[in-house]
Design a protein around this ligand. Structure first.
Ligand SMILES: [Zn+2]
Ligand SMILES: [Zn+2]
Length: 346
């Protein structure tokens, strides 16, 4: 067993505390990673606070992991000691079902193993990246290109792939008009990626507070959704809308912004059901879809794409003692645009 230092929570209302956790000894295809940075994703907060159902406390969140390989199992072929690597939202899947064989492990029909608050094939609870070390089978490890700094790479492992995958699947590119709803951790990356793919990008945000940033990230236009005139002006405009907001919004108003055959994809996950008026979909053959992270192959493709186009998230690096404070600031939308924990402060 390998002992790792970590930060854990003991319950929905509890603060983070220093903890020690065990990582398994390396199996034949396992990689030991010394974690350098871990991003703070909104899902970490929902899970830590027990908002998404039963949680197995104590919990070590974190599924935006960037680090260095420090040891490998005897049959590892993809990585060697010293490699710069990342781990995202899942650490294993059945590898045999139809979806896994297609490289869409996130949709594993037998259930993928989440990086934290899951149970691995050894029957042990999984613990995430707010820790100094993690052991992961090599098939669920990705390579971080040399020109992406490790701190900035971390958020790409969840926020990056969550937005890249639908943009890729629904073919954002030249000639396409893409709207991004929300300019947070996910939204700001969606803007950068869609712009690099060649699409014309518009941001739809609650306020114009981050307009300058949005335009700098590559958006052509930036509108506030608090002005009803925005919805009149942009009616029937977009081929693709990526909704990163997990709060309740009037989804039908957003459907009205889609052009013929346009698709609105939710990557934000509101806790309560949305009320869909089918008459806002029927008239222009519009679609309403969902998308969850991406497969391992696509995650590597996303990292290589970001390296090629010099895309990195805008981050604020914090120490391990600032996690509680960072959570509060995320909930107050006071982050530009992703917190990343410097694991060396643990
Ligand atoms: Zn996440
Ligand atoms: Zn599977």
């Amino acid at each position: 067993m390998i002992t790792a230092k970590a930060r854990a929570v003991d319950g929905p209302d509890k603060p983070f505390r220093a903890a020690e956790i065990k990582r398994r000894d390396l199996d034949s295809h396992d990689v030991l990673i010394e974690i350098k940075y871990a991003g703070i994703c909104h899902s970490d907060i929902h899970t830590a606070h027990g908002e998404w159902g039963e949680v197995n406390y104590p919990l070590v969140p974190g599924h935006e992991i960037a680090g260095i390989v420090t040891d490998v199992g005897p049959h590892v072929t993809k990585y060697k000691v010293g490699d710069r690597v990342g781990v995202g939202c899942m650490v294993d899947s059945c590898s045999e079902c139809e979806n896994c064989r297609k490289g869409e492990e996130q949709y594993c029909l037998n259930g993928m193993v989440p990086t934290y608050d899951g149970v691995d094939k050894y029957g042990e609870p999984t613990q995430g990246g707010y820790s100094t070390h993690i052991v992961v089978t090599e098939d669920f490890v990705v390579r971080i290109p040399d020109n992406i700094p490790l701190d900035a790479a971390a958020p790409l492992l969840c926020a990056g792939i969550t937005t890249y995958s639908p943009l890729n699947h629904w073919v954002a590119g030249p000639g396409k008009k893409v709207a991004v709803v929300g300019m947070g951790g996910l939204g700001h990356l969606a803007v950068k990626i869609a712009h690099a793919m060649g699409a014309e990008v518009t941001v739809l945000s609650q306020s114009l507070r981050k307009k300058e940033d949005g335009l700098e990230f590559g958006a052509k236009d930036y509108y506030t959704t608090s002005d009803p005139e925005t919805f009149n002006k942009l009616a029937g405009t977009f081929d693709l809308i990526i909704n990163t907001v997990s709060a309740q919004i009037d989804i039908n108003a957003y459907f009205s912004l889609l052009t013929l055959d346009g698709t609105l994809v939710n990557v934000g996950a509101p806790a309560e059901p949305l009320s869909v008026n089918v008459f806002s979909l029927i008239p222009h053959r519009r679609s309403f879809a969902g998308s969850m992270i991406g497969g391992i192959r696509e995650t590597q493709e996303m990292l290589d794409f970001c390296a090629k186009h010099n895309i990195v998230p805008k981050i604020e690096v914090i120490s391990a003692d600032q996690i509680d404070e960072a959570y509060e600031r995320v909930l107050a939308s006071d982050v530009k645009y992703r917190f990343v924990i410097d694991i060396s402060t643990m």
